[in-house]
Design a protein around this ligand. Structure first.
Ligand code: AQP
Length: 340
């Protein structure tokens, strides 16, 4: 049986990258899969976060799930710290994973930056908790953006090592699901950097909570280059952008990817429509499209956040369903490792 699991950190404003790279795909998958979507607050505290802000962010992510189209009647929506299996399994996996595996994780190196000695241990072991999140539900498929590919590899390694250490096939080997043209949405200020919540400049991203004026303004200010929009020659035979344009015009590629993902039009069609046009024309069209897609999500988030008891009820029911699935799995894991 296939089961989908994914999570989003309540670490700040959700942005277009989270929406296109993850949440939009969560919605598609619920049509024909059993889906579990988690607000991963335990991951969010791997960096310093004010407790009141964390609480507010948790509700915002849960509201954004629903506003993006996740149906709480169909899919499970819950908060990670409310289900103890995540922490319990993470400890067991700490003892299965090898130090050398974690030392290869590029996200830790990027996030810790120059101050590696001052980073939290939690930030370092983050991918182990992520493996526990997934495997506590025996999830088989994990929809994520491209940035999480390496962490999912690690989850597969942990499952394989556990199975071989204890001589069984208890944990499934999870498949990443990396869908669509927007698997890596880049910063609006620098086409070589990922769009991210923690980037200092708010002009680098479109937040799901941005209003119409903010969206228009940010797209107007988005970095481009002095040329006109490219023609179909920029695509290779496989329909992907050629290396040369990726290297020389990363901001242009990013904006075209965003347009294609928001409009759900194939890239060939988008390029044919805008080829030879100036950026001012393209940016106006992109702004209209972004406002059309993001404003209803923004409005719905606000509406849901105004209904606290509805949101709390969804998270309570989600927690109960999550415990129902994870309890027998964590209990069997404890029996396998020989806990008393
Ligand atoms: N720029 C992106 N393009 C496509 N997908 C993205 N995701 C994040 N950024 C992009 C995907 O969104 C999901 C939730 O991510 P997360 O919030 O749990 O953590 P993250 O990847 O660390 O996101 P940020 O915005 O970069 O947060 P900070 O700045 O706090 O580190 C994941 O599936 C992720 O792949």
């Amino acid at each position: 049986m296939s089961r989908v699991f994914s999570g989003v950190q309540p670490s700040g404003n959700l942005h277009l990258g989270n929406y296109l790279g993850a949440m939009k795909n969560f919605v598609k998958l619920q049509e024909d899969h059993e889906c579990i979507y988690c607000v991963v607050d335990m991951h969010a505290i791997t960096v310093k976060l004010d407790p009141l802000t964390l609480k507010k962010n948790v509700l915002e992510v849960a509201a954004a799930f629903i506003a993006s189209g996740i149906n709480p009647e169909k899919s499970i929506i819950f908060v990670q710290s409310q289900v103890s299996a995540h922490a319990e399994l993470a400890w067991i996996f700490n003892c299965v994973a090898r130090l050398g595996w974690l030392n290869r994780m590029t996200q830790f190196k990027e996030k810790a930056g120059k101050n590696r000695e001052g980073a939290s241990i939690g930030l370092y072991t983050y991918p182990i908790l992520m493996a526990a999140d997934i495997l506590a539900y025996h999830a088989t498929h994990v929809p994520v953006g491209d940035d999480q590919r390496q962490h999912l590899e690690l989850a597969r390694d942990i499952a394989s090592k556990f199975n071989s250490d204890f001589g069984n096939e208890f944990f499934p080997i999870t498949e990443p699901v990396i869908m669509g043209v927007a698997t890596r949405v880049m910063s609006l200020r620098d086409g070589k950097k990922k769009m991210s919540k923690s980037e200092e400049s708010d002009y680098s991203r479109l937040n799901l909570t941005d209003n119409k004026d903010e969206i228009v303004n940010k797209i107007k200010k988005a970095k481009t280059d002095p040329m006109v929009l490219p023609d179909l020659d920029c695509l290779g035979e496989n329909g992907m952008f050629k290396d040369q344009i990726l290297q020389e015009r990363p901001e242009t590629v990013n904006l075209l990817n965003i347009y294609s993902a928001l409009s759900e039009e194939p890239m060939e069609k988008v390029i044919s429509n805008f080829s030879g046009r100036q950026f001012t024309h393209f940016k106006n069209e992109l702004s209209d499209l972004a406002v059309e897609v993001l404003t209803p999500v923004n409005d719905e988030i606000k509406k849901l956040l105004g209904n606290n008891s509805f949101m709390e009820d969804i998270l309570k029911k989600g927690k109960e369903k999550a415990i129902e699935i994870s309890d027998p799995i964590i209990n069997e894991t404890k029996r396998i490792v020989g806990y008393f």
